[in-house]
Design a protein around this ligand. Structure first.
Ligand code: 5MM
Length: 340
């Protein structure tokens, strides 16, 4: 393990004013996104859409790294430049999703375990050769009646730590993503309780697996009420509870925390990030690693039509820039209406 290399890549991933683009939708998920805009999910359409994102003019000012899917990291721009090389040239760090998805956890109805550890060492060697310098693994924890169980939290935390150790062995920075879903009807308090338990278990496992904390990035959910909860959380409540929870569990040695958006609207996710970044004296960088919050508007503007290619890029640029501003607390709700 090359510690200084891991540290340098992790620092670049959470560099000032920048964040990560999660463009690692698996074939099934990107099909769902394309279905919403009535676009057929062919390999060429997926390549074109990823090219739209990666070649957006000026994007390197706000985007530090891109998480790709296995298919994407092997694809090229229309001029024949492999995506990882194209991004590296712009100063954007190429990354790769290496988990193989959340599968039902046997004997634990309604819960999942993320798979993908078998053969991971060899896959990481291959991805490093292709240009990836960081990786991502997502564990999914749902909140419902009687769940999550202690066992599911532990099993997922154990897998996350095994993944992280294999990444660091191959000089790849692991993004550790334990996502507590916001799909349920739970309150913010319940989300905080579960996120507390999850982060505490994850950091225990990371320590047990001898993870070099300075060479990793945490990608957590924000602490927020479930989408079906009748009680909505105010932006201030989300920001306060999220920071409180992170302070309890995330060691200062971790260089950065890059949030997922989890189904919040782009404006909500950006507002929350901005508010949190107004807190003084935090030991880590607070950044973003959004999928939907960065892409929703771009997807809708593009809608699969080549005439809309630059309209899609404009929307992606806009949300990347607004989140870049949120990195130093400079985004205010409403700014998205004026922003071009
Ligand atoms: C972009 O979506 C990612 C991949 O999802 P699948 O493995 O289900 O295809 C996802 O892991 C994403 O990186 C994170 O959940 C963050 O995305 P959001 O949309 O929540 O910001």
């Amino acid at each position: 393990m090359n510690r200084s290399e891991l540290e340098a890549v992790a620092a670049a991933m959470v560099a000032r004013d920048k964040g990560l683009l999660a463009a690692d939708e698996s074939t099934g998920t990107i099909k769902k996104r394309f279905d919403q805009i009535h676009v057929e999910s062919t390999e060429e359409q997926r390549r074109t859409y990823r090219e739209l994102l990666f070649t957006t003019p000026g994007i390197a000012q706000w985007i530090s790294g891109v998480i790709m899917f296995d298919e994407t990291i092997r694809q090229k721009t229309r001029d024949g430049v492999p995506f990882p090389q194209y991004l590296t040239k712009l100063g954007i760090v190429p990354g790769i999703k290496v988990d193989e998805g959340a599968k039902p956890l046997a004997q634990f109805p309604g819960e999942t375990i993320t798979e993908g550890l078998d053969g991971l060492r060899e896959r990481l060697i291959d991805y490093h050769r292709l240009g990836a310098r960081f990786a991502k693994w997502r564990a999914v924890i749902d909140i419902g009646e009687g769940i999550p169980s202690r066992f599911a939290i532990e099993a997922n935390a154990h897998a996350l730590a095994r993944y992280a150790a294999l990444c660091q062995e191959q000089d790849i920075v692991p993004i550790v993503e334990p996502e507590v879903l916001m799909d349920g009807a739970h309150t913010l308090e319940r989300c905080e309780q579960v996120t507390d338990a999850v982060l505490s278990t994850v950091f225990d496992q990371l320590a047990a697996h001898r993870i070099y904390l300075e060479g990793m990035i945490l990608k957590p959910n924000m602490v927020i009420a479930g989408k079906k909860s009748p009680v909505r959380s105010s932006p201030e409540q989300v920001a306060t509870a999220t920071i409180r929870c992170l302070k309890r569990h995330v060691p200062a040695a971790v260089p950065g925390i890059a949030f997922l958006s989890g189904g919040q609207t782009p404006a909500e996710a950006t507002t929350h990030l901005s508010l949190m970044n107004r807190s003084k004296g935090l030991p880590w960088q607070l950044s973003f690693s959004y999928g939907r919050a960065l892409q929703d508007a771009a997807l809708a503007a593009w809608s699969g039509k080549s005439a809309n290619f630059s309209a899609g890029q404009k929307e992606f640029h806009k949300w990347a820039r607004l989140n870049g501003m949120a990195r130093s607390g400079g985004f205010q709700p409403g700014m998205e209406q004026q922003a071009a």
